[in-house]
Write a protein that binds this ligand. Structure first.
Ligand code: HEC
Length: 142
């Protein structure tokens, strides 16, 4: 009986915790997969996160955009010296009208204007699933 009560208590705790979250939160596994893709595979983090004074990524400003630390030796047309803030509170999300545009961009390489981004931003043609996971991860950033 004791253990049964214990499990009911646990269930209740989960129910309460669950109801405190926003509607339809992304499963933790999807967010973690998006973090893994952003940090380890596509390397968005390195190019879109400013460095601290020691030159390491400033993790308090994840994906907040930065002045790139490198430039081409030979000139490259349309080279961008800065990367934008790609967190939901940044101007880009507002300008692009939200997450759908970002998912579309990551699956097609095309911005809402139908153009490609300038170098050194790579052109990604990800699967819908991977693009959605990255966007769910971005949504967890301030
Ligand atoms: C090699 C460095 C680099 C990597 C890796 C990188 N970015 Fe970028 N990104 C940039 C730069 C520089 C720009 C600015 C180019 C521009 O605005 O045309 C940019 C622009 C963007 C834009 C705006 C595009 C536009 O035309 O306005 C988005 C959205 C974006 N990046 C998201 C991402 C995501 C998500 C990832 C990982 C999947 C990623 N970036 C990986 C450097 C990078």
């Amino acid at each position: 009986m004791r253990s049964l009560n214990g499990s009911i208590g646990l269930l209740l705790a989960f129910a309460v915790l669950g109801s405190a979250q926003s509607p339809n939160p992304a499963p933790a596994a999807k967010v973690e997969y998006g973090r893994y893709l952003s940090e380890e595979v596509a390397k968005c983090t390195g190019c879109h996160t400013p460095n601290d004074e020691k030159g390491a990524l400033d993790r308090a400003k994840l994906m907040k955009g930065k002045v790139m630390e490198y430039a081409p030796i030979e000139p490259i047309k349309d080279w961008h010296k800065t990367s934008p803030d790609i967190t939901p509170s940044g101007r880009l999300w507002t300008r692009w009208g939200g997450e759908k545009a970002l998912v579309k961009y990551l699956t097609t390489g095309l911005t809402p204007k139908g153009t490609l981004a300038g170098p050194p931003m790579p052109t990604y043609k990800m699967s819908q699933q991977d693009a959605e996971a990255i966007v769910e991860y971005l949504k967890t950033l301030k």
